[in-house]
Write a protein that binds this ligand. Sequence first.
Ligand code: G
Ligand code: G
Ligand code: MN
Ligand code: NA
Length: 254
Amino acid sequence: LQLESGLRQALERGEFELHFQPIVAAETHRLEALEVLLRWRHPELGLVPPVRFIPLAEETGLIRPIGDWVIRQACRQLADWDCLGLHVPRLAINLSARQFEQQALIVQVAGALAEAGIAAGRLELEMTESMVMQNPCEAVSLLGELKALGVRLSIDDFGTGYSSLSYLKRFPLDTLKIDRSFIEGLPGDGDNAAIAEAILAMARKLSFSVVAEGVETEAQAAFLSAKGCQLLQGYLFSRPLPAGELTAWLRRQT
Ligand code: G
Ligand code: G
Ligand code: MN
Ligand code: NA
């Protein structure tokens, strides 16, 4: 209950902040995108992780204004890096189910892009399989409208939900993010190696780009790269960092 009343005031009190985690090209390790990860700096509790407050934000509907803030703030930050001459090709933003239900999302995304002067193709929206599969008919029309804006669309935590690649192909999706539970223990874990290889082989045939999440070791990166995974994300390259630290990381890249 304390968390809920706090959450209502967190936006106006400026307690939210965005962290950013690099997604790099497997072959060159060059930056391809940053995933945007929301953090709540609570005045008494300290940093509250999203698993603790996103479900609450969804239940209370607060996810809508919060999600709107995330999209706007992320676009503003991208414009700031552009001004500094620091090249960030793309941002990947997580959507929640409640945001995805709404037509208002189209207006929010278009508004944020226009306000910051960001090309739509530099924004990728991440959603889970269940969000898309729960109501495929509505999903198809909403995804179509988002696609028409020019943004990229990706499936997060891929492999943990219920879907099939052939079904997913009916949606205008660009990217699959292999859930980190399948990256764990690669290349030694035979089951995970088989799953990762199968996802990569099918994704290649269906022309999805693939991001492997939770890459922590050189051995994982080498295996994934050898199997044709073009994009890698994980602690091996960087943890999610606040904007200031990410700016320093970007400067070290060039
Ligand atoms: O960064 P961390 O591992 O704590 O994030 C956990 C989960 O929180 C992510 O996998 C993602 O699903 C969710 N999350 C992080 N930021 C956002 C956000 O801005 N919006 C939504 N809807 N979910 C987010
Ligand atoms: O949106 P999604 O739920 O996929 O968010 C990714 C989450 O995974 C973030 O909370 C981020 O902090 C976490 N994460 C990112 N890289 C790694 C990693 O290499 N190892 C582990 N264990 N977690 C990671
Ligand atoms: Mn994600
Ligand atoms: Na994920």
